[in-house]
Design a protein around this ligand. Sequence first.
Ligand SMILES: Nc1nc2c(c(=O)[nH]1)N[C@H]1C(S)=C(S)[C@@H](COP(=O)(O)O)O[C@H]1N2
Ligand SMILES: [Mo]
Length: 335
Amino acid sequence: MNKAMKLDPVGMVRDIRLAPHQLVERVTPQEDVFVLAHLGIPRIDLSSWRLEIGGLVERPRTFTFEEILQLPIRSVETFHQCAGFPRRPDIPTRRVANVVWSGADLGEMLRITGIKSEAKFLWAQGLDQGKFENFPESGYVKDMPLQRLKDGGVLLAYEINGKPLTPEHGYPLRLVIPGYYGTNAVKWLARLELAGERSTGIFTKDLYNDPVAPGPGASSQATHPVWEAGPEAIIVEPKNRSIIGRGTIELWGWAWASNGVERVDISFDRGATWQTTSLENRHQWSWQRFSTQWTPTASGSFTAMARATDTAGASQPMKRARNAVHTVKIEVAPS
Ligand SMILES: Nc1nc2c(c(=O)[nH]1)N[C@H]1C(S)=C(S)[C@@H](COP(=O)(O)O)O[C@H]1N2
Ligand SMILES: [Mo]
């Protein structure tokens, strides 16, 4: 549709800038936020760019960028996390940041177009196109249940940390769904469509669906979409494989979950016993700092594990999950 767009580079981009021990800032500087793109990075000319809104709306419409800027600007602070490899939900990748996005509120935007009563899902399409794995030519499309709108905060964002989006992060406009994994935050937005059912795009239906844990009566084929982020905590300090002295140190990190984190516990015996930490409240959908004072009882090797529990009582799995507990090894030097 948009002839003024070219991909540069073409193909998968995976630029993970910071490891857990480098995530020292509460709000991750834009240049340190990881970049993920399946098909390449579109370079978009604003003069020919438009956002179309169609499907099950009362008044289909096209917006120019100027028209979007005229809507009230809203901001939201939220964790921003890549779900990891689409076919390996068992591998934690810890690609995470905490960002302040600003832009137009999707709920307010849809009051302009109206929502037909049969509409159940939002489909969001980016301008990037191309091949992914062995799938045919396809655009990047994701979907979101319209019910998510009632919690608020869903933005059509044009700023990251108060500055215009860069091409890598979705210039000129991207979707931001606080609480959902990053894969749903469609960049280089071109079209929004309301529909009665889920989208059939490869990134919606084939990839990014996790097997449901087998339980009584569950079909082995059952999957659920990679939408809400599960509870997760990372230890920022001490750094994995660091050598420390015998004195008291602060062990701290960040924890997040789509519905907020209630508690973070630490174990020094590989999960046999846990002790709780102090945890800050969350602001909007931000990550939350946890910390505890730790005095090593001896010199030698230690492992520390952090485990978050969300406000619904769900805790992180010990292993084989994208949000499996984070472990650091610490060497305590002889005094
Ligand atoms: N149009 C489009 N949007 C996309 C993607 C993509 O490939 N194309 N990748 C998604 C994935 S997997 C992630 S993790 C986030 C990453 O956002 P960031 O690169 O701004 O950090 O963008 C999402 N939005
Ligand atoms: Mo991702």
